[in-house]
Design a protein around this ligand. Structure first.
Ligand SMILES: [Zn+2]
Length: 586
C-alpha cells in the first residue's frame, strides 16, 4: 500500500478543452466495507484464470510451443487474445492501489509473452495479420489489449507503454484502415485510439487516424438532432455495425475528440445521445435497456430474462462516459449519481462472489449464471479493479468527495500531501465521518457531494459543532484553512421511493412498480406466481408502512405478505425475485 505518488496532470497539455478535475490514478486505499469486499472478490476471481489458456493463441500465432488448452466458446474462438487483455485490465487496475505478488507476476508474464510473440513491426494480436481486418479484432480486441497495456503501465510495468506505442504505430499505418469501420461493432474502436492519446506515449496521429477512419458524421448529426429512433436503428450501408447499446463506448471516444479538438459537434452529438439514453433507455437502478439483436424500441423497458437488456458492458461505457462528463463539469452532481447507481445496481449486482461475473442484470425471475471470460467479465473486472478511482476527484485547489465508501486518499498537492480518510459503512449505515491529516495548515476546498436521492437538506458538522446545510443534488463547498485533525460529519438519510412501470411487459389486471432506497434498487425476493412475478397485497405508496426492518441491515419483511423479503437488488444471488412487483390495478 505504498502508492502515494501524485495524480496524472500531464495529459492536460494535449487537450483543447481542459478537464476541471482529475481522476486519481493512485493513492486511494479501500478500507473494510462493501467496496473492499467487491475489490477483494475480483482479485480472487482473477486468480482463477489460466495463464496458459490466456496466452495460447499468442504463442500459436508466433509459432512457439503453447502449453495447455485455449479457452473455448465465442469469446476466444472468435475474439482470440481477448482474455489476456481482460486480465491486464482487471489486475493492472487493481495493482494501482494494492500490492499482490501473484497478480503482479502474472501481469509481467502476460506482458512479456505479448512482447516475445510480437512481430518486428509492432503487431501484437493473437491472430495472423490476414485475420486482423475481420470480426471485432480492430475494435473490441484492440481496445482490451490497449486498456490492458495502459493499466499494466499505470501499475508500474516497465515494458507495457513501449509495446503499446509500437503497436499503435502499426495500427496507424496499416493497410486495413479503409475497411475497419464496416466490421462488427466497429464504432467501439474509436476509443481504442483516443485512450492511447491521453497516455504518456500518445501522439497526434492516434487522433488523426481515429477521426479519419472511425468518425461517422451522419451518425453524429442524428444525435445532434436527437432523432427518436437514433439509438436502436442504424442506416449505414450494409448490416454492420449493428445497433447496440455498446455504441455508448463510441461516445466516450467522441467526447475525447471534443476534449482534444474543441469542436462542438462532438459535444452536441454526445449530449444528444446522453439525453436519448436517459429519456427512453434507462431502467430504474440505472441499467441500459438497449442491447442488440432483438426488437428494442424507445420506452420498451424489457423485464423478462428472455429479452437481452441491462448488459454490464453498456453500463460500463455509460459509467465512463459519465466519468468524462464529471471531469469537464464537476459541479453537476448528476454525472456522479449515474456512476454511483451503476456501481451498486449493475456492477456489484453482477459480481457472483469470486466465482464469476454476470452478463445481464435481469430484473425479474432469476439472475443469470455468471461466466469467466465474456465481454462483461472484462468490463466488470476493470470496474472492480478501478473502484477506488470513482470515490474522489481532485484539482489543484479542490478535493471532491463523490461516492462515500470506507477509504483513504493521499492527495499530493504542490507543496505537500494531504491525507483524507472517510469512515462510513455505506450503504448499510448512513453516517459519514471525514478526517484530515496534514503537517501544516493549508487552504483548499473540500467539495462534498450531497446526493440527489436525499429528499431534504442535510446538516454538515465541522469539528463537531459548526453546522452548515447541504442541498441534495449539489456539491457543498467547504473552503477554508484546513489543519491536522479537522473533521467533517454528516448523515445521508435514505428513504423509499416508488415509480410506476410504463414499459411493454405489462400484466393484465395489475400495475407494476419499482422501488429505490437511497442509491439502491430494491427487489422482492420469494416464490414466483403463474405470471413469473410476485403480487403484493399492499399499496406502493405505503411502502414506508409495509416494509418492516429485519435484523439484517437493508432487509425488510413485507407486512401482510408472508414469505417475501424486500432487499437490495445487488444482494440477490440464486433466489427468485422481481424488481417490478405487481399491485392491484388502480
Ligand atoms: Zn458484455
Amino acid at each position: 500500500m505504498d502508492n502515494i505518488e501524485g495524480l496524472n496532470y500531464n495529459y492536460s497539455d494535449k487537450l483543447a478543452v481542459k478537464d476541471i478535475v482529475f481522476t486519481p490514478e493512485k493513492g486511494v486505499k479501500l478500507k473494510d466495507g462493501l467496496f473492499k469486499k467487491v475489490f477483494d472478490n475480483n482479485v480472487e476471481f482473477l486468480k482463477t484464470l489460466s495463464l496458459d489458456s490466456m496466452l495460447f493463441w499468442f504463442k500459436r500465432r508466433a509459432g512457439k510451443p503453447a502449453a495447455g488448452e485455449p479457452y473455448r466458446g465465442h469469446f476466444e474462438d472468435n475474439i482470440k487474445g481477448q482474455t489476456a487483455g481482460m486480465y491486464l485490465m482487471g489486475a493492472g487496475n487493481a495493482l494501482r492501489w494494492y500490492s499482490d505478488d501473484q497478480l503482479q507476476s502474472t501481469v509481467e508474464m502476460i506482458v512479456d509473452c505479448i512482447e516475445e510473440c510480437s512481430e518486428p513491426d509492432g503487431y501484437i494480436m493473437a491472430v495472423p495479420k490476414r485475420t486482423f481486418p475481420t470480426k471485432e479484432y480492430p475494435h473490441y480486441v484492440r481496445i482490451w489489449l490497449n486498456y490492458g497495456l495502459i493499466a499494466a503501465g499505470l501499475s508500474g510495468n516497465s515494458k507495457a507503454y513501449g509495446i503499446l506505442r509500437k503497436w499503435q504505430d502499426w495500427f496507424n499505418n496499416c493497410g486495413e484502415l479503409p475497411i475497419i469501420k464496416y466490421l462488427e461493432l466497429a464504432f467501439q474502436g474509436i476509443v481504442a485510439s483516443t485512450s492511447v492519446y491521453t497516455t504518456p506515449v500518445g501522439v497526434w496521429s492516434d487522433i488523426e487516424i481515429a477521426r479519419k477512419y472511425y468518425e461517422e458524421d451522419w451518425r453524429l448529426a442524428q444525435f445532434i438532432a436527437k432523432e427518436k429512433d437514433a439509438v436502436h436503428i442504424r442506416k449505414q450501408p450494409g448490416y454492420e455495425p449493428h445497433a447496440h447499446g455498446t455504441e455508448l463506448e463510441s461516445f466516450e471516444g467522441y467526447l475525447d475528440l471534443y476534449r482534444v479538438t474543441g469542436n462542438y459537434y462532438y459535444l452536441n452529438a454526445v449530449m444528444g445521445a446522453y439525453e436519448l439514453y436517459k429519456r427512453d433507455w434507462q431502467h430504474p437502478g440505472g441499467g441500459i435497456v438497449m442491447c442488440e439483436f432483438l426488437d428494442a424500441y424507445p420506452g420498451c423497458y424489457w423485464i423478462s430474462p428472455k429479452k437481452p437488456y441491462n448488459e454490464l458492458c453498456c453500463t460500463s461505457f455509460w459509467m465512463h462516459l459519465n466519468q468524462r462528463l464529471h471531469r469537464l463539469y464537476p459541479d453537476e452532481e448528476e454525472y456522479v449519481s449515474e456512476i454511483e447507481k451503476s456501481i451498486y445496481n449493475i456492477a456489484i449486482a453482477n459480481q457472483d462472489g469470486s466465482k464469476g461475473i454476470r452478463y445481464f442484470a435481469h430484473l425479474e425471475q432469476q439472475k443469470p449464471k455468471s461466466g469467466n471470460i465474456t465481454c462483461c467479465c472484462g468490463v466488470g473486472t476493470r470496474i472492480y479493479g478501478s473502484l477506488p478511482e470513482y470515490l474522489y476527484s481532485v484539482s489543484p485547489d479542490s478535493l471532491y468527495v463523490n461516492i462515500y465508501a470506507a477509504s483513504e486518499i493521499n492527495w499530493q498537492r504542490e507543496k505537500e500531501m494531504v491525507t483524507v480518510t472517510t469512515e462510513t459503512d455505506m450503504p448499510y449505515d448512513n453516517s459519514v465521518r471525514i478526517s484530515l491529516s496534514l503537517c501544516a495548515p493549508q487552504e483548499f476546498a473540500i467539495k462534498l457531494r450531497v446526493p440527489s436521492w436525499i429528499s431534504e437538506k442535510i446538516e454538515i458538522k465541522i469539528n463537531g459543532d459548526m453546522m452548515v446545510e447541504g442541498i441534495p443534488g449539489t456539491y457543498h463547498t467547504l473552503k477554508r484553512l484546513w489543519k491536522d485533525g479537522d473533521t467533517i460529519e454528516f448523515k445521508l438519510p435514505m428513504s423509499f421511493r416508488y415509480k410506476k412501470y410504463t414499459g411493454a411487459e405489462q400484466i393484465n389486471g395489475f400495475s407494476r412498480y419499482s422501488f429505490g432506497y437511497g442509491p439502491l434498487l430494491y427487489a422482492v425476493k420469494g416464490d414466483l406466481n403463474y405470471n413469473q412475478s410476485i403480487y403484493l397485497k399492499c399499496k406502493p405508496e405505503n411502502v414506508s408502512n409495509w416494509a418492516l426492518p429485519l435484523e439484517k441491515p437493508l432487509s425488510y419483511a413485507i407486512k401482510g405478505n408472508d414469505g417475501y423479503e424486500f432487499v437490495p437488488y445487488f444482494e440477490i444471488s440464486n433466489d427468485t425475485f422481481t424488481c417490478f412487483p405487481l399491485f392491484e390495478k388502480i
